[in-house]
Design a protein around this ligand. Structure first.
Ligand SMILES: C[S@@+](CC[C@H](N)C(=O)[O-])C[C@H]1O[C@@H](n2cnc3c(N)ncnc32)[C@H](O)[C@@H]1O
Length: 233
């Protein structure tokens, strides 16, 4: 399958952060910052999607391990597989989690897992940086690896949110206007997610608003979609 488009830019940016900051700070900044708060919120969202301690979890674009770190401290005893396109982020995530957590460099638009082997597949702040057809291909392969009844959980940006407009769309437009385009920020409307889900054969479980809390850690900011592989598929 095709390779992801801005791997080299991302690697350069992470290398720059590592040079300019202490390692914990660099690894937090590389995934958008706020390592502790966001990690706990992502864990709360998986719990809201039905996470139990013996499940098999796949984390697309796991980065430096905001989710895996807090998952490992939560009493979780299942299996964890995280993929990313930047090796230094994977190495850092592995260094902060138990040895049985798997972190794999994977640059294809697919999931390196067996058919029907995963209970929850998630992607936090990842489809927000991909082209629509790339996210769609990941969703297609996530359906393949999910067990019947398994969940797909991913965060997204939407135009109806003033927050998303202000912190993601306006800076992207300004960067384009001034000839300094940065990394891609992609919006995905709920109607689009409904169509993709239907075309692929997912059942839509629900959306979580960006301002809605799933637990004590508070709201994620980005909205979240929870889809389900039908039990009959
Ligand atoms: C904003 S960070 C979020 C990291 C992590 N999901 C979290 O919430 O802490 C986006 C991550 O996606 C990774 N990424 C970008 N494109 C990817 C792709 N095609 N496949 C896997 N990971 C990707 C980046 O390297 C980065 O670590």
């Amino acid at each position: 399958m095709a390779e992801f488009h801005f791997v080299e830019d991302y690697e350069r940016w992470v290398a720059h952060l590592i040079e300019a900051h202490p390692i914990d700070e660099a690894m937090s900044l590389a995934v958008g910052g706020d390592f502790e708060r966001i990690g706990k919120i992502e864990l709360d969202i998986l719990k809201a999607a039905g996470l139990t301690s013996s499940m098999s979890i796949f984390d697309l674009g796991c980065g430096s391990g905001r989710l895996s770190y807090y998952l490992s401290r939560s009493g979780f005893e299942g299996e964890f597989l995280g993929t990313d396109v930047v090796q230094s982020l994977l190495d850092y995530a592995a260094s902060r989690t138990p040895a049985n957590y798997k972190f794999v460099m994977h640059r294809a638009l697919s999931v390196p897992a067996e058919d029907a082997s995963i209970d929850i597949a998630c992607a936090f702040s990842v489809f927000t940086h991909l082209l629509h057809h790339e996210s769609y291909l990941y969703m297609e392969d996530m359906l393949r690896v999910l067990k019947p009844g398994g969940k797909l959980v991913f965060s997204f940006l939407e135009f109806c949110s003033d927050d998303h407009w202000d912190y993601a769309f306006v800076p992207t437009v300004d960067a384009q206007r001034t000839g300094r385009p940065g990394h891609l920020n992609t919006f995905i409307e709920r109607s689009v997610i409904e169509i993709w889900g239907r075309k692929l054969g997912f059942e839509l479980e629900r959306f979580i608003d960006g301002g809605e809390s799933s637990g004590a850690a508070g709201p994620l900011g980005q909205a979240t979609a929870i889809l389900r592989r039908p039990t009959s598929k």
